[in-house]
Design a protein around this ligand. Structure first.
Ligand SMILES: *Cc1c(COP(=O)(O)O)cnc(C)c1O
Length: 483
C-alpha cells in the first residue's frame, strides 16, 4: 500500500462527494435548514469537512493508532509511571448505561448509584492510605499535590501559624517543587545520602519553625524504601510540620504498609498508575488525595457523604479551600480504579505489590552485571540503571539506548530522571508482565549495549519519526491542520 495515503490527513485524502453510506430520499415532507432558519444564522461558506468512505476512515484511524507506543501493543517499562495492563473488563463495566449516561448536573436523588460508588471509593482510598478523609476531585497526581499543599496552607492559616517552607528530597519528581511553589511556599532541597535515602543530617539542619510540609516519595524514585521514614515523620511532627507522601509509587506497598501508619498526614494517589486507569500522552488521569482528620475541614468541597436520606454532595464546608475540578472529579478513571479494587480485594491488592516487586527484582538481576545500577542490590517495584560508564567509554547515552529500544518494539525506560543519577534509565516492569517478556527485554538491552555507537546515535531506524526536537515539540505543539 502507498504509505503516504495511509499517513495523510483526513483533509488530504478527502474526495468530493464520497460518503460512508447513502440514505434513500426521505418521503416525509421536510424543510431544509435554509427554510427553517433566519437567513442571518446561515453560513455563506460551505463547511470544509472531509468526505470519505467508511473503510478509508477506519483504515486511517487504525493505522494512526499503530504509530504510537501503547500498553496494548508494547512492553512499556517507563519508570515511575506504572504502565500496567488496563483490563478490558473495566471498559465494559464503565460503559454500562447506568454509569456512562449519568449527567453530572442531575439531581443527587437520581444518581444515587454513582454517588454510592464514589463514596465507597473515598472509603477504600482512605483505608489503603491509613488516613481519614478523601477528596476525589484532583485530576492527576500533580493537581493532588497542589490541592494537598493548599489544604496544608489553609490549615496553618486557620491555626494562625506562619510557616513558609516545604522541604523536598533531591530525588523527588519535578512536580513536587513545582506544586509547592505554585501553592506559595519556598522550596528547600534535602540531599540524598550514598545509600539513596534521605540524608538525615541535612534534613535535621533544615527543619525549623518555618517548616510547613516535608514531601517524600516512599519508596522513592530510585525504587528504594526509606526505612528511616518513622524517624523522619517524628522529626517533622515534633517541629509542628506536616508530612506529604507522593503516592506515585503505591504499586510497591499496597496492603503491605500504609502511609498513615508510617506518619504521612496527606498523600495523593495516581489512580491511572496504581489502579489501572489508562494513561499516557497527557491524560486522562485522576489524583485523589487522602488526609488525616485535622485536615478534613479544608478539603475541596463538595465531599460525598452518606445521610439518612441517601448519598449527597456536601457543600456545607465553611473552611474548605473550594473546588479544584468540576463535578465529581475524573469519574471515568475513578470508576476503573474502583472496579480494580473491588475485583482484587485486600489480598489481591497485596499480591499486586508483591508481584510488582518480584518482577522488578527479576529484571534487575538480569541486567545488573551488564549495566551500572548505582543502588542496585535490591529494589522495590522499580530500579534506576545508568549509562554513565557507557557514555564515558563508548559515547553511548541513555537517550541512545532508549531510542534504539523503539526499533525492537519496546517503549523506552524513563531516562534522565531521577536527577540524582547521571544518564539514568529508570525501569518499572509492573506485575502484569510475563517472565518471557522480561527475559526478552533484558536480552535486547544487552544486545543494544554492544552495538556500534554511531549506529545508535541515529536510532530509531525503523519509525516514521526518528529524533524530533523534543523541547520544540513540547513548547510549540502543532495541534491544528493548516493549509
Ligand atoms: C507521575 C508522578 C507524579 C505526577 O503525577 P501525574 O499524575 O502525572 O500528575 C508525581 N510524582 C511521581 C513520583 C510520579 O511518578
Amino acid at each position: 500500500m502507498d504509505k503516504s495515503q495511509s499517513t495523510g490527513l483526513l483533509f488530504e485524502i478527502s474526495h468530493k462527494g464520497r460518503r460512508c453510506h447513502l440514505l434513500p430520499d426521505c418521503d416525509v415532507p421536510t424543510k431544509t435548514s435554509a427554510e427553517l432558519l433566519d437567513k442571518k444564522y446561515l453560513s455563506n461558506d460551505p463547511t470544509h469537512l472531509p468526505e470519505m468512505a467508511e473503510i478509508d476512515i477506519v483504515r486511517h484511524f487504525v493505522n494512526l493508532s499503530t504509530k504510537n507506543m501503547a500498553i496494548d501493543c508494547n512492553f512499556y517499562p517507563l519508570g515511575s509511571c506504572t504502565m500496567k495492563y488496563n483490563p478490558k473488563r473495566h471498559e465494559r463495566l464503565g460503559a454500562l448505561s447506568g454509569l456512562a449516561h449519568v449527567h453530572p448536573l442531575q439531581d443527587d436523588q437520581t444518581c444515587q448509584g454513582m454517588l454510592e460508588i464514589l463514596w465507597e471509593m473515598q472509603n477504600y482510598l482512605a483505608e489503603i492510605a491509613g488516613l481519614d478523609g478523601v477528596s476525589l476531585q484532583p485530576a492527576a497526581g500533580a493537581q493532588g499535590e497542589l490541592t494537598a499543599l493548599l489544604v496544608a496552607a489553609a490549615y496553618f492559616r486557620d491555626k494562625k501559624e506562619k510557616r513558609t517552607k516545604v522541604l523536598i528530597p533531591d530525588s523527588a519528581h519535578g512536580t513536587n517543587p513545582a506544586s509547592a511553589a505554585i501553592a506559595g511556599f519556598d522550596t528547600i532541597t534535602i540531599k540524598s545520602n550514598a545509600r539513596g535515602r534521605v540524608d538525615m543530617d541535612d534534613l535535621i539542619s533544615k527543619i525549623d519553625s518555618q517548616t510547613a510540609v516535608f514531601m517524600i516519595t516512599n519508596p522513592n524514585t530510585l525504587g528504594l524504601f526509606d526505612e528511616q521514614i518513622v524517624q523522619i515523620t517524628d522529626l517533622i511532627h515534633k517541629a509542628g510540620g506536616l508530612v506529604y507522601l507522593d503516592g506515585a509509587n503505591m504499586n510497591a506497598i499496597l496492603g503491605i504498609t500504609r502511609p498513615g501508619d508510617f506518619g504521612a498526614d496527606m498523600m495523593h494517589y495516581n489512580v491511572h498508575k496504581t489502579f489501572t486507569g489508562p494513561h499516557g500522552a497527557g491524560g486522562p488521569g485522576s489524583g485523589p488525595i487522602a488526609v488525616r482528620k485535622q485536615l478534613i475541614p479544608f478539603l475541596p468541597a463538595p465531599l460525598i457523604i452518606k445521610t439518612n436520606e441517601g448519598f449527597k454532595l456536601d457543600y456545607d464546608r465553611p473552611k474548605s479551600i473550594g473546588r479544584v475540578r468540576s463535578f465529581f472529579g475524573n469519574v471515568g478513571i475513578l470508576l476503573r480504579g474502583y472496579f480494580y479494587i473491588r475485583t482484587l480485594g485486600p489480598d489481591g491488592l497485596k499480591q499486586v505489590s508483591q508481584n510488582a516487586v518480584l518482577n522488578a527484582n527479576y529484571l534487575l538481576s538480569l541486567l545488573k552485571d551488564s549495566f551500572d545500577v548505582p543502588h542496585g542490590d535490591r529494589c522495590m517495584h522499580e530500579f534506576v540503571a545508568s549509562a554513565r560508564t557507557l557514555r564515558r567509554d563508548k559515547k553511548i547515552s541513555a537517550m541512545d539506548i532508549g531510542k534504539r529500544l523503539l526499533d525492537f518494539g519496546y517503549h523506552a525506560p524513563t531516562v534522565y530522571f531521577p536527577l540524582v543519577v547521571s544518564e539514568a534509565m529508570m525501569m518499572e516492569p509492573t506485575e502484569t508482565e510475563s517472565k518471557e517478556t522480561l527475559d526478552h527485554f533484558a536480552q535486547t538491552l544487552i544486545k543494544i549495549r554492544d552495538e556500534d555507537a554511531e549506529f545508535l546515535h541515529g536510532a530509531p531506524h525503523t519509525l516514521d519519526i526518528s529524533r524530533p526536537d523534543e523541547v520544540k515539540a513540547a513548547k510549540e505543539p502543532m495541534l491544528r491542520w493548516k493549509k
